[in-house]
Design a protein around this ligand. Structure first.
Ligand code: ADP
Ligand code: MG
Length: 319
């Protein structure tokens, strides 16, 4: 099968919202009046971001999920994406699984594949996603204010726990491993929450490299600090109901784990009820974990207010 047949068979579908989709030299797409484009790219490299043994359907899901998570982090509504694919060979079983996982998530979020590039080479999946946000309503990292509450969505640390289990540094009961593995391989982009937080959140980021580092980006951009309450943070793992994580590993997974694809955001305390009812209406748990301070440090506090030592770092590909 050649390149064009491959695109035709696995990636081309009738254009839905695009004026011109796959098959021309450019896709043509008309943005909604009064909106700004939000654009982001994320690449997944075999051996670096995923193992060669990963289920292709899960890989298709994750490749788009990590990009949708960036749109959610800015409060943008997903619209369209480009897929650049480097493949060692034409493997129809792989392509069929990959495109099934990819399109299932794309359709669930109203995000249309409008073009891309396909080449032969080491397995590499790169997606560029485009969304829309009403003019000047994008939620940036720089907007946090002293006294704002700090929240996170969903669960943290389980993806890292699965990675440690794959590496053999921890051994988990099968059911716990499956739960953690699903968090690693099939992350849930928090699109409805991110969009609903327009006008409520003062700053937001998605957690791809660990809470400590990604909240750190908000604090740097806002030139402020935060106090985090460890008791709130220590309850965030999804697997905590079925497995007791050793304290050291728990801190490492939750604070610097990475691959969570949850949202961390700040909001004025007067919006607390609105934040919680939004959490309920979009069926996404939200936990208040601390508050923003003028002191530019990020501190972890115990139940009785003591500053806990920390040695966490966020993930850095070149560190
Ligand atoms: P060009 O030669 O102009 O770069 P290509 O021949 O690479 O275009 O691609 C032909 C068409 O197929 C284009 O519309 C391109 O956007 C689309 N396309 C190529 N690869 C993919 C892919 N992996 N997913 C979706 N569309 C693709
Ligand atoms: Mg061309």
């Amino acid at each position: 099968m050649g390149e064009f047949e491959l695109i035709e068979r696995y990636f081309k579908r009738a254009a839905r919202q695009a004026d011109v989709g796959i098959g021309d030299d450019c896709a043509i797409w008309t943005p909604t009046p009064g909106h700004q484009l939000a654009i982001s790219a994320d690449m997944l490299v075999e051996g670096r971001h995923f193992l060669s043994t990963v289920n292709p359907c899960d890989l298709g899901h994750k490749a788009l999920a990590v990009n949708l998570s960036d749109l959610a982090a800015c409060g943008a509504t997903p619209r369209a994406f480009l897929l650049s694919l480097s493949l060692p060979r034409v493997d129809e079983e792989w392509l069929s699984g990959f495109s099934t996982g990819l399109f299932a998530l794309a359709d669930a979020h109203g995000c249309e594949l409008i073009g891309g590039d396909t080449t032969q080479g080491p397995l590499n999946v790169s997606i560029t996603v485009m969304g829309e946000v009403p003019v000047r309503q994008a939620i940036l990292r720089s907007g946090a204010q002293v006294g704002d509450d700090v929240y996170v969505s969903g669960h943290l640390g389980d993806a890292r726990l699965a990675l440690e289990a794959f590496r053999g540094t921890v051994s988990l009961p099968q059911a716990v491993f499956e739960l953690a593995r699903a968090r690693l391989e099939r992350p849930t982009p928090r699109t409805a929450l991110g969009v609903g937080l327009r006008g409520l959140a003062t700053a937001m980021a998605d957690i791809s490299d660990g809470l400590w580092g990604d909240l750190g980006h908000i604090l740097n951009a806002s030139r402020l600090g935060a106090d985090l309450h460890f008791p709130a943070i220590s309850n965030l793992m999804l697997t905590r109901d079925t497995w007791t994580c050793p304290a050291d590993l728990l801190q490492q997974c939750v604070l610097s784990g990475g691959d969570d694809y949850e949202l961390v955001f700040t909001s004025h305390p007067s919006h607390h009820h609105q934040v919680m009812s939004l959490s309920e209406s979009c069926n996404t748990p939200v936990t208040r974990i601390g508050h923003i301070t003028a002191d530019p440090r990020l501190l972890l506090l115990s139940k009785d207010g003591r500053v806990l030592p920390n040695t966490f770092r966020s993930f850095d590909h070149f560190a």
